[in-house]
Design a protein around this ligand. Structure first.
Ligand code: CP
Ligand code: NVA
Length: 304
């Protein structure tokens, strides 16, 4: 693994290896066992969109690994004034040991990796959110001990989260049922990957997707960059909500996850959110551990 650009690029074993290392790093973190594996290394973190979790977990994670994170707001970089990503990639490769980027177009992340000579980590694009889904898989395995025989249900927009959950869930062997409105389907590349997998199903009826689910996941109706569509989407997504009816269709011990930020009363009710807050905030914490594992794998592959 040279980069983390999208989960489609990883095989099952690479995903499981990241999760195993994340478990180990989580244990060390919780027991105050120092693990300065990336001492002397630097990570540039480019943000073209807002972030709470991604920024703080990468920054803290890099510090805990003994390295140095640089927060690079796109507004302050020449990239924000039109310097091509191809040039930015080649310049930053001369200074840094790794780059994390959150942006709009997946192509920008792929170009950064293609033109640079250091590992690139996708911290969210319009297409996918691989770091989040690695943390989600870590959380599922932590709570359920296995992926075997488990059903994941995603309800909502066929967005970056849907794309990564479908790919990640199928790659580790889960059954994945998605419920998305007809006009808001997952990306065609993801559908092409999933459509021949007997573990995948998609419907526009949330209650059907939720039947016997072990894990229920949703995300905002309007992602970052879609602010102009908020009203239109609020209408299109009516009914695409994790609520008591959905919980009743799922297994009684079903867990609920949300990448956050959440809009209570839209994609999830306040009641369900608070009843599953421990899972949701464990999921948020696991961003830290999963990303530390990714950084070690990419920036110090022989460290373990
Ligand atoms: N879930 C997630 O990526 O959160 P942030 O947008 O706060 O980074
Ligand atoms: N789908 C959301 C995820 C936020 C972490 C967005 O892209 O805004």
């Amino acid at each position: 693994m040279k980069h983390l650009l999208k989960l489609l690029d990883l095989d099952r074993q690479e995903i499981l290896d990241i999760l195993d290392l994340a478990d180990k790093l989580k244990y060390q973190t919780h027991h105050n066992i120092p693990h300065p594996i990336l001492e002397g290394k630097t990570l540039g973190m480019i943000f073209q969109k807002a972030s709470t979790r991604t920024r703080v977990s990468f920054e803290t994670g890099m510090y805990q690994l003994g390295g140095y994170p640089l927060f690079l707001s796109a507004n302050d970089l020449q990239i924000g004034r039109g310097e091509p990503v191809q040039d930015t990639a080649r310049v930053l490769s001369r200074y840094l040991d790794g780059i994390m980027i959150r942006t709009f177009a997946q192509k920008e992340v792929e170009d950064l990796a293609a033109y640079g000579s250091i590992p690139v980590i996708n911290g969210l694009t319009d297409f996918c959110h691989p770091c989040q889904v690695l943390a989600d898989l870590l959380t599922i395995r932590e709570k359920k001990d296995t992926f075997e025989g488990l059903k994941m249900c995603y309800i909502g927009d066929g967005n970056n989260m849907a794309n990564s959950l479908i790919v990640g869930g199928l790659k580790v062997g889960m059954q994945v049922a998605a419920a998305c409105p007809d006009d808001y389907q997952p990306d065609p590349e993801v559908m092409a990957f999933a459509k021949n997998d007997g573990n995948f199903s998609i419907t526009n009826k949330p209650i059907e997707a939720a039947a016997d689910a072990d894990v229920l996941i949703t995300d905002v109706w309007s992602s970052m960059g879609m602010e102009a569509e908020i009203e239109k989407r609020r209408i299109a997504f009516q009914g695409y909500q994790i609520n008591d009816d959905i919980m009743a269709a799922a297994h009684t011990d079903a867990m609920v996850m949300h990448c956050l930020p959440a809009h209570r009363g839209e994609e999830i009710t306040e009641k369900v959110f608070e009843a599953h807050a421990s899972e949701i905030f464990d999921e948020a914490e696991n961003r830290l551990h999963a990303q530390k594992a990714v950084m070690v794998k990419l920036m110090m592959p022989d460290a373990e």
